[in-house]
Ligand binder design. Sequence first.
Ligand SMILES: Cc1cc2nc3c(=O)[nH]c(=O)nc-3n(C[C@H](O)[C@H](O)[C@H](O)COP(=O)(O)OP(=O)(O)OC[C@H]3O[C@@H](n4cnc5c(N)ncnc54)[C@H](O)[C@@H]3O)c2cc1C
Length: 392
Amino acid sequence: MRALVVGAGIAGLVAARQLGLAGWDVVVLEASPGPRTAGYMMDFFGPGVKASERIGLYPRLSAVSYRVEAAEYVDTNGRVTSRIDYDRFARAAGGRVLSLLRPDLERASLESLDDVPAGRVEVRYGARVSKVWADEHSAGVDVEGTAKATLTADVVIGADGIHSVVREQLFGPEQEFLRPLGMRAAAYIADAPDLHDRVGNRFLLTDSIDRTAALYGIRGRRVASFFVYRATGDDVDQSGARDRLRRAFSGLGANVDELLALCPAEPYDDVVAQVVMPTWHRERAILVGDACGAVSLLAGQGGSLAIAGAALVGDILGPVTSPAGIAPALAEVEDRWRPFVETAQASGRRAAASFLPANARKRLIRRWIIRASGLPGIDRLVARQIVKRIAT
Ligand SMILES: Cc1cc2nc3c(=O)[nH]c(=O)nc-3n(C[C@H](O)[C@H](O)[C@H](O)COP(=O)(O)OP(=O)(O)OC[C@H]3O[C@@H](n4cnc5c(N)ncnc54)[C@H](O)[C@@H]3O)c2cc1C
């Protein structure tokens, strides 16, 4: 059996690995010229933990993870206004939380393709898919770029992220499914040795109104950052992102100013949104990861769900050995996976209401909630709420 996977992000690579291990021939088509280096620090908890243990990926993830001591909100003078101890955060999230850089998670997934017998999975970079079809008899894609081609297979797996072309081609235009949450998120990694040494292994967030900048020191004396700020509409234009960030975040303190001075010309910058669809499979095609079920950074589980959903595709589609078995398998994946996505999306929407305090009073309430989570006895309950609200 042969599968085409569109997108070599976390979801696409894990789906390819699992199908390859089950004996499928898989071609992964990725638009970017190589593994993407853009990234931010993410908390890896929830369904992806169990799934990655089950499929043997967890040790690779654990090996590249970071030890975060605490998340600290700071004012413009760098004074800590509230603090969440990471052990407390981990307990509230059910015990195990890894802090991982997105590119490290993607690279670990790529390297895990070594577990698949040679020749089963081929990853083609610089291969942008522009057209997709899938009916009851076959599925295929047109590929642009250096690997220009038309390819056919038994099934197409759309793992091409929140602005999925597979979704647009097979299910309808983006506006039908994208639910913007009223903010944008940007991220980049900067070479900043002094800033790195000052930040250490704390996760620093600005205690600011309508916007939050976050930074964390990573290996190589670099600093990983992300910025979340209010923006309406579903504008996905990435041009002018550096100017936009500098305008929105200057004046939040010396650390942030230093970071903004190092902003690359084109940082990652996109709308914070969820993808909500009535169905995400057809006879010979299925979407996975953010393409069908983006939960947003506010749910803090996108990477985790990408792995768990893709692993499930491997479990259910993997054993299929004839075309007739494909449609029922894809329907079963969606049936079993949808409740997890919907639960995380509901949590992301709740978090959206309080993630960026709209005024000083709401900011004060957040400080109180976080401080209260440090009191003995109520930590589990309150910290669980904080995990949902802060979600970083
Ligand atoms: C600031 C920020 C913080 C976050 N924090 C967390 C967190 O704490 N915890 C967490 O679990 N998650 C977090 N997330 C979410 C997480 O990063 C995503 O949910 C996850 O990476 C989704 O993976 P994916 O493989 O579905 O999609 P993506 O990573 O978007 O991969 C899609 C791939 O498809 C490729 N592609 C797109 N179009 C085409 C095409 N036409 N042809 C070929 N290839 C194509 C892209 O180049 C890309 O490589 C965060 C996200 C952001 C933005």
